[in-house]
Design a protein around this ligand. Structure first.
Ligand code: HEM
Length: 449
């Protein structure tokens, strides 16, 4: 058996300080100097970083049954699809997957377009009012995505509660990230100010979810079947057992959707606009593809598949800034990874960010080059590009997210051009998800019709 190098760092702290100072430069240097498998330590926790696509494919797909999620988000999502394992997860996935079917998503396009048109109108007004066209897009895009995913999951009913819900979700994201990066964690029942704030945020989320579920159930009982995901989950029956979801399971599933769906899509869009704003050739090609295929017509769902350059821009951004930049998996039984032995209980650290920028796989890995996405590259990087994960636990919301992002970009670039605001350099923020250190401000101008 091959032996895996171990970078142990300091006694007690391990590599904690280097990791905290700059996670990416620390992890990239491990990737580049240790032949794709290396142990490091955060405090007393040893972690095995794997950056070879074959190893990751083995863990995530081929031998996925031997690996479970090692990050604990149960405090928020209970036993929903995001955190459950084994037979329970399989049952949930069977029930939920069909609710994200292309056909269902296509039926949501009109509602998405209405929200996007409202967003474009708001931007138009703001440009006129402000004169210089400099707009804080980060917050506006997050809000738009929150409303669109919120409507897809809940229906339109919770509109007035969006702000409270969004604030609570954002607080929980920060709270969980901090907990993940602490050497010692205080139990949740201990009444520290941050624990109390977490409990309050969780109560708001629970209350909103339960209110919507009860309202939807009453509507269903009265014979009204809505197109939203909660209603679809309520009527779904397990094809093998014929069972439907209990109220508490529904709550956990909806919380899972919120955690998995809001933040991720809301982070991708600002990165796309930032990269395009800094690359005038790409923007020109994007404008001309959209003008040729659609002109000023409102896009329908089918149009999103007819814009190969837009698709490349989205994929190239997902390559450089995958919103879920890393996660951990625990081996249930001992295993072997290309000749290295893995003990039962080992925690593996997997990062699309590190693989998507691996210099052995990608040419000029840090450059934004949408034109690199030829069919040959797509074929060659099948295992090396996985912004939505891979294998049986791959993202269920992928098609919804891509449809939404593309509809927003089409309408945005039909109306506007973007340019950087001064020489502002946006820095990435590696929390549970990959955001920006500051909200994105860009100079927006209206295109002539
Ligand atoms: C750009 C947007 C998105 C990205 C990059 C993304 C990425 C991911 C990734 C990487 C995973 C797998 C993580 C792992 O293996 O541990 C995942 C799982 C998941 N995602 Fe997404 N996601 C996005 C949008 C969405 C949306 C819009 C929804 C739903 C509304 C959603 C729902 C889920 C769920 C429920 C899971 C768990 C699936 C399972 O464990 O069976 N995601 N996502």
């Amino acid at each position: 058996m091959k032996s895996i190098p171990e970078i142990n760092g300091l006694p007690f702290l391990g590599n904690f300080l280097e990791y905290r100072r700059n996670k990416i430069s620390f992890l990239s240097s491990l990737r580049d100097t240790n032949d794709d498998q290396v142990w490091f330590r955060l405090g007393s926790h040893p972690l095995l970083l794997i950056t070879n696509p074959e190893d990751i494919h083995w863990v995530e797909a081929k031998n996925a049954k031997n690996y479970v999620k090692a990050t604990n988000l149960r405090e928020l999502v209970g036993d929903g699809i995001l955190m459950s394992e084994g037979e329970k997860w399989r049952k949930q996935r069977r029930l939920i997957q069909p609710t994200f079917h292309q056909g269902t998503i296509l039926k949501m396009v009109d509602a998405m377009n209405r929200r996007i048109a409202g967003f474009i109108d708001e931007l138009n007004h703001e440009i006129v009012l402000k004169g210089d066209g400099v707009i804080d897009l980060g917050f506006k895009l997050k809000k738009l995505v929150f409303e669109i995913v919120g409507e897809a999951v809940f229906g339109s009913e919770v509109g007035s509660q969006f702000d409270r819900l969004r604030e609570s979700m954002e607080y929980i994201n920060v709270f969980l990230t901090q907990r993940f990066h602490q050497l010692v964690t205080v139990p949740l029942y201990f009444p520290t100010p941050s624990n109390l704030k977490f409990q309050k945020a969780k109560r708001i989320i629970d209350q909103t979810i339960f209110d919507v579920i009860l309202k939807k159930r009453a509507e269903l009982d009265a014979g009204k079947e809505n197109e939203d995901i909660i209603t679809k989950m309520m009527i779904a029956r397990d094809p093998e057992t014929g069972e439907s979801m209990s109220l508490h399971q529904l709550r956990d599933e909806v919380a899972s959707m919120m955690l998995a769906g809001f933040e991720t899509t809301g982070l991708l869009l600002p990165w796309i606009l930032y990269l395009v704003s800094n690359n005038s050739e790409v923007q020109k090609d994007l404008h001309s593809e959209i003008d040729q295929v659609l002109g000023r017509r409102v896009p329908n769902g089918g149009d999103t598949f007819q814009l190969p350059f837009l698709n490349n821009v989205v994929d190239e951004t997902l390559r450089l800034y995958p919103p879920v930049w890393a996660w951990t998996k625990r081996a249930i039984h001992s295993d072997e990874l290309r000749g290295s032995s893995i003990k039962a209980g080992s925690i593996l650290f997997i990062s699309p960010y590190l693989v998507h920028r691996h210099p052995k796989i990608w040419e000029s890995p840090n450059d934004f080059k949408p034109s690199r996405w030829t069919s040959e590259l797509r074929e060659r990087t099948k295992l090396s590009f996985f912004p939505f994960g891979m294998g049986p636990r791959t993202c269920v919301g992928k098609h919804l997210a891509l449809m939404e992002v593309k509809l927003i970009l089409i309408q945005f670039f039909q109306s506007f051009s973007v340019a950087p605001c001064g020489d502002l350099e946006v820095k990435p923020d590696f929390q549970v998800t990959l955001g920006m250190k500051e909200s994105l401000r860009l100079k927006i101008s209206r295109r002539r019709s």
